[in-house]
Design a protein around this ligand. Sequence first.
Ligand SMILES: [Zn+2]
Ligand SMILES: [Zn+2]
Length: 303
Amino acid sequence: MNRRYGLITLVAVITILMVLVTASSLPGYIRESGNLYKPFEYAQMYLEDDPYSELIIEYDYVPGFEPSHRAMESLGEVVYAYTDKTSVIARVDDQIAFRDTKPIYTEDDIFELVDTYKSYQRGGNTMVLYVLYLDGAWKDENVLGLSFGGDRIIIFMNTIINVARRSQNLNPQDIESSVLIHEFGHLLSLVGRGYHSDHEDPDYEHHCDESAGPCVMAADIEIRMGRYSEPPPTDFCVLCQDDLEKIRHMEDDPGVEELITAVAVISIVVIGISWIVVLKPKKKDKEEEYLLYNEQYSNDMNK
Ligand SMILES: [Zn+2]
Ligand SMILES: [Zn+2]
């Protein structure tokens, strides 16, 4: 009988441990492996210092189109100004091989380049921002930069150089810094990515209407049709700054990972209880029945 109680205790302890481990680690595992993060959740990985207090910015580039020190410094200053990161490290990393370059880049070309050249992964207390500088143009040739996947930026440096040539008194770095910060702003969920913003440009989704003054999140920083007459802004307007505060406090609704976790936890509990029922000593019941019978019997006798 004691052995059975020992087994029941063991099953109960194992069940509770499995429930605790599943409930605490499964949602994170499903999110990470399925890449189920929403834009504002990536934004929070950049804005907050928990769990990532450090940021590595990895720059890969086509030779001749490397990032300028000025642009890298400007982005670093923006990170320190608007996020809680205590350390920002710029790593000028791989050169893109000539055979991997294209005159026009499509989504597939870019996914392949990122797969081949991205070196750093987020983990521990380190968040990673990946930036790729290219020579050729995006399939829509007026685009100066792109952001995607929550933590990647593409800069079409040759297109930026061409726009600078058409503009008076401007060098490519004047434009490059703005485009780089603009794309980082998109990764911070600006403007209206996953939330409602009342200053979103009605003609260009996810861009600032500049109703509070010049803003680096204006659409024409990224999609440049004409020429610039003066250097474009490199800072967020006050309304975009207010949005960043809003984004910091946004919360995630339960998603597929919570559902799968709930099913797993319920299954473990049901299996645990079934085992305990199977192991439950039967002898005790018989003893009780016997006592009850005796009681009944003696009651009858007393009558
Ligand atoms: Zn944009
Ligand atoms: Zn703005």
